[in-house]
Design a protein around this ligand. Structure first.
Ligand code: BGC
Length: 765
């Protein structure tokens, strides 16, 4: 019944559009196939108009073709083979309509580079890998995120792909999330700004970016089985706000609905998520495609707003194949709904330039230039967590350096699952991890040992794999300085452990006992516990470092690069401090449904949770050291034409050039524990020694507002708000109070019609 009333509404909206079309002489009747003058080829027309014109020329079968996706590679364990137009090892394929000049959609994963679905163990497409999503977010530098997006978008285009399945913008609600490395942050503003910039970059190359996984795919355990429960207001103020900002800033052509259920309904047939939040409130005009195997119905999904079934072979049945045809024939699904689905897909293809700028499979790629983009990203994403007695940067006069563990003699680690990029030059450490899905573990052939040696040719180096504790301890004794590379592989499909595996904690403790000048370089998907922290001199979080990782790490170690990364996630001190001590669903049989109730955490995700609970993390959100020092001050705030603008000054008081990440947090003075302070904006500033800059940040009014009980409006109560300035969520050096009048705005915040991107991205850098 619910679905029918929704369908009626969708239909009536469509009817009024159709009526307007008729009045304008467009008409919605399906034209017969035949020679076409192709008026939609005119790129002076708007994408909407071009989509309408193309749609008008399409037969019902052609419209249905656009909404039905094939898996693009042979499916392991089955006799399935993709259609002949699909490219080797692609994630998805939607045939085109040649007679109308509509190209196929060639779809590749993912957000970190052009991935390959494994066809056989030796058929890979070798491409450049960006550092993990967390590393990019740790740069707090949207222009780098945009450059990275443009790099992988260009590689996709030159590889024959016009749809790229990324970036991911789910919030990191649990530090153990297996896909945290694909996402950006626990904070909606940082997530939205970084993901939005990545989308702009990808789409600048005429490749559709697919923002995913909408929504609340915040853990991997039971991802197809769980049902997220969260009050609507808290949902809108947290995860959905991250998506909303990403969409405003990036205008993604497509959005991928997630595997899980939300408030009792699968995300891909969730009327609240797709119709109300996406369409009505966000004013989204792109199309919605499903995750691989996330469709559960035909009519219900189509009426809820799922425009395209991806890789139908992964669903229980091809819901948008024969079943869709039958539903249309029986009248259970109005033809106008199919029109809307096809039109939204066409619109994004025109808007992104997919039709006007055909892909060039086999075009030459400049892997050196692309690796340099990944390297710059990593340089700014590495976070210096500890630096006792300035053990870092290493002086170039050092004589003896020991390097231990993490396959540092061969490469740097990357994350597992569909986002895996097979590197140029092949996997540096083959044979690790599962041989089937979601393996293998891939080490990019960017060897830290060699890169470190390149920084200081006169020093002697010794390397120990770490498997033999005695050998590791012996070379630690011998050395003036020691670097231990600690790795933790994380992957899609399963959540991670916060404890370093394979006895690495024991290795680090033993090495640090042998030589106190020990520095740890972490290559992890997300936070880990550091029981040895007090015993080591330095710690660098390098995340998954990407194709240019080794040189970036070596540059930071020897100080040719100042570390300027800041944590985009909280590092907890203990599993006991997480909102869920045990991951929901842990130990349940696969596919057994269960509920994840986010009510107690609500919108207070990550650092806000820690503050509300008065818990001391190991390292707070926003934290990161530098080799130089910065002073923050001169904080003031004022309303400029109704917008809250914060101004402050940052000075480099040290002796080296460096980049500060000045962060502004906000909370109502009378908020109580319900509204712990949150990130309101930031600026990343590169400063020479002695240089100071005064800058301003405009605060998005939603960050001071709450959603009202009925979910209709953003409401900011009149009153005093405190603004804080500092270099992490826990180190705030100055604050001011500002009285603000009441403000409210409808939650309908139509992305499509808002001024396109005078973005926070540009304002904050
Ligand atoms: C993942 C998506 C991915 C898709 C295609 C799914 O398992 O959740 O992120 O894009 O596969 O490979």
């Amino acid at each position: 019944m619910r679905e029918e009333s929704l369908g009626d509404r969708r239909l009536s909206a469509l009817r009024s559009i159709a009526l307007a079309g008729l009045i304008a002489g467009i008409g919605w009747a399906t034209a017969a196939a035949g020679p076409s003058p192709r008026p939609w080829a005119d790129n002076q027309l708007s994408p909407d108009r071009r989509a309408q014109l193309a749609l008008r020329a399409m037969t019902p079968a052609e419209k249905r073709r656009l909404v039905f996706g094939y898996y693009g590679a042979p499916k392991p364990g089955t006799s399935y083979r993709p259609p002949s137009g699909a490219r080797m090892g692609e994630a998805g394929y939607v045939p085109g309509i040649p007679r109308l000049g509509i190209p196929p959609q060639w779809i590749s994963d993912g957000g970190l580079g052009v991935a390959t679905q494994r066809v056989s163990t030796d058929a890979y497409r070798e491409r450049t890998a960006l550092p993990s999503g967390l590393a990019t977010a740790a740069t707090w530098n949207p222009s780098l995120a945009e450059r990275g997006g443009a790099m992988i978008g260009a590689e996709a285009h030159a590889s024959g792909f016009n749809v790229l399945l990324g970036p991911g913008a789910d919030l990191i609600r649990d530090s153990r999330g297996g896909r945290s490395f694909e996402y950006a942050s626990e904070d909606p503003l940082l997530t939205g700004v970084i993901a939005g910039a990545e989308i702009r970059g990808i789409q600048s190359q005429h490749v559709i970016a697919v923002l995913k996984h909408f929504a609340f795919n915040d853990q991997e355990t039971g991802r197809t089985a769980y049902d997220v429960r969260i009050p609507h207001a808290a949902a809108r103020e947290s995860d959905l706000l991250g998506f909303e900002i990403a969409m405003e800033q990036g205008h993604p052509g497509a959005l991928m609905c997630a595997y899980n259920r939300v408030q009792g309904h699968y995300a891909c047939e969730n009327r609240w998520l797709l119709r109300q939040v996406l369409d009505r409130d966000f004013g989204y005009r792109g199309y919605v495609m499903s995750d691989w195997g996330a469709v559960h119905s035909t009519v219900r999904a189509a009426l809820a707003g799922l425009d395209q079934e991806s890789a139908a072979i992964y669903d229980r049945e091809p819901y948008y194949g024969a079943a869709l045809r039958k539903a249309l024939h029986d009248g259970r699904l109005p033809g106008a709904v199919l029109d809307t689905m096809a039109e939204r897909i066409l619109r994004s293809m025109f808007a992104t330039g997919v039709v006007d700028h055909p892909v060039a499979a086999g075009a030459r790629l400049d892997f050196d230039a692309d690796r340099a983009v990944a390297e710059t990203d990593e340089q700014q994403g590495i976070v210096l967590l500890k630096n006792t007695a300035s053990v870092l940067p290493f002086p170039r006069t050092l004589q003896r350096i020991a390097v231990i563990g993490g396959h540092a003699d061969r490469g740097v680690l990357s994350g597992g699952g569909s986002s895996t990029v097979f590197p140029v030059g092949d996997n540096a450490v083959p044979g690790l991890g599962p041989s089937g899905w979601f393996g293998p573990q891939v080490y990019l052939p960017s060897a830290p040992l060699g890169a470190l040696m390149g920084q200081t040719p006169q020093a002697r180096f010794r390397y120990a794999s770490g498997r033999n504790l005695g050998h590791a301890v012996a070379i630690a004794h011998w050395a003036n300085r020691v670097i231990v590379f600690a790795t933790q592989w994380a992957t899609e499909s399963e959540d991670a452990s916060l404890t370093l595996r394979h006895g690495q904690d024991r290795l680090i403790a033993a090495v640090a006992a042998a030589n106190p000048k020990t520095v740890i370089v972490l290559e992890t998907g997300g936070p880990v516990l550091m029981p040895w922290l007090d015993r080591v001199a330095g710690v660098l979080e390098a995340w998954y470092p990407g194709s240019g990782g080794a040189t970036a790490i070596a540059g930071v170690v020897f100080g040719s690069v100042d570390p300027s990364g800041h944590l985009p996630v909280t590092f907890p001190a203990s599993v006991a401090d997480l909102p869920f001590r045990t991951l929901p669903g842990a130990g349940l049989p696969p596919n057994q449904a269960f509920v994840i109730d986010y009510a107690h955490e609500g919108a207070a995700v990550g650092y806000r949770w820690y503050r509300r609970r008065r818990l001391e993390p190991l390292f707070p959100f926003g934290y990161g050291l530098s080799y130089t020092h910065f002073d923050y001050g001169g904080l003031s705030a004022q309303l400029v034409h109704g917008a809250l603008v914060v101004q402050f000054t940052v000075r480099n008081t040290g002796l080296r050039p460096g980049a500060a990440v000045a962060q502004v947090y906000v909370e109502p003075e009378e908020g109580g524990s319900d509204t712990p302070r949150r990130l309101a904006g930031w600026r990343k500033l590169a400063l020479r020694p002695g240089e100071s800059r005064t800058v301003s940040v405009r605060v998005d009014p939603r960050l001071l507002a709450r959603i009202d009980r009925r979910g209709r409006r953003w409401v900011r109560a009149a009153g005093a708000y405190r603004l804080w300035l500092g270099d992490s969520s826990a180190h705030l050096v100055q604050s001011v109070s500002v009285d603000l009048p009441a403000w409210q705005h409808s939650v309908r915040w139509p992305i499509a019609y808002r001024t396109p991107v005078p973005s926070l991205a540009r304002r904050t850098h």
